[in-house]
Design a protein around this ligand. Sequence first.
Ligand SMILES: [Zn+2]
Length: 62
Amino acid sequence: MEVTGDASADEPLMEVICPACGGIVEAIGAEELVAVATEHTRDVHGYDVPREHILNSARSID
Ligand SMILES: [Zn+2]
């Protein structure tokens, strides 16, 4: 069985802890993590977290 479109297959599961509420935000890959974390802080807390801050705080779950 051929595997196709596996560009995202090697993206790690990542998490970042929200500095405002301590909630854990999880996503596949850095780009998705930034998107989900940004949406969380914007919707729940009403402010934007810089992309750089998210990436600095993020860690991959292996
Ligand atoms: Zn939060």
